[in-house]
Design a protein around this ligand. Structure first.
Ligand SMILES: [Zn+2]
Length: 241
């Protein structure tokens, strides 16, 4: 089989993903990652959020995890979420070190840099599931609704504007209308899920081949619970809302 230059580069990238911090790949952890299905990766997140929201997180020795994960990283999921200080995916899904890639940007949209990061996480480093996670009362979504202008933030909020336009509600379309804001946040998740397929041939190929899963979700700041959108799910079955 002829190995193309780009594939060879990816293989080198994957190798370096396991050896950035150490010289010996951990074959047991790598095998466990590769044996994980997209559905199993989602089930772990669902169970983790249930533990988080019910106040029963797993006991973890993070210092030990530092030592273990220094041998390489083999996460099973990547999570695109908001900059918001209350939406750290490791907390929300009760995860330890090395269990998920985390891509964060205000408004949890995808652009070239986020897509490139996801391509690394999945094509090079072997993760099995992509989650696009928004949250209630998102300040970035509110800013997009209100057409806020501020330095570089103006360009950031412009990425959320298509979601504002996608919600047809008449009446108050400002951040004062919390129902409208939540609809825009949901539309923004659906837009990001669609764009992952449309703008990343690398990820689309993996999704079409069933190698990875994809799902959108919403985090409720008041309850600590994540609700998945079953209609956005690709290659996984999300729990009913
Ligand atoms: Zn936010």
């Amino acid at each position: 089989m002829q190995i193309t230059h780009s594939l060879r580069s990816l293989l080198l990238l994957a190798l370096s993903a396991t050896t950035w911090a150490a010289s010996t790949p951990d074959t047991a952890r790598q095998s466990a990652q590769q044996a994980t299905t997209p559905q199993q990766a989602l089930d772990r997140l669902v169970e983790g959020n249930q533990r988080f929201a019910s106040g029963k997180p797993q006991a973890r020795d993070l210092v030990t995890q530092v030592k273990v994960t220094a041998q390489g990283q083999y996460p099973t999921a990547s999570i695109v979420t908001c900059l918001d200080s209350r939406t750290s995916s490791e907390y929300l899904f009760d995860l330890g070190l090395g269990e998920a890639f985390s891509a964060r940007v205000a408004g949890n949209f995808v652009n070239e840099d986020i897509l490139g990061s996801l391509e690394f996480a999945h094509k090079a480093a072997g993760a099995k599931l992509i989650v696009v996670l928004s949250h209630s009362s998102c300040g970035a979504v509110k800013g997009a609704c209100d057409d806020v202008k501020l330095g570089n933030l103006t360009a950031t909020l412009a990425k959320i504007k298509p979601a504002v336009a996608a919600v047809p509600d008449s009446g108050d379309r400002s951040s004062k209308n919390s129902v409208f804001v939540e609809k825009v946040a949901a539309a923004n998740v659906r837009g990001a899920v669609a764009q992952i397929r449309e703008r990343s041939p690398v990820l689309k190929e993996m999704l079409d081949a069933g190698q990875i899963g994809l799902v959108g979700a919403m985090y409720n700041l008041a309850t600590g619970k994540v609700t998945f959108y079953p209609d956005t799910a690709v290659n996984v079955k999300a729990p009913a809302m």
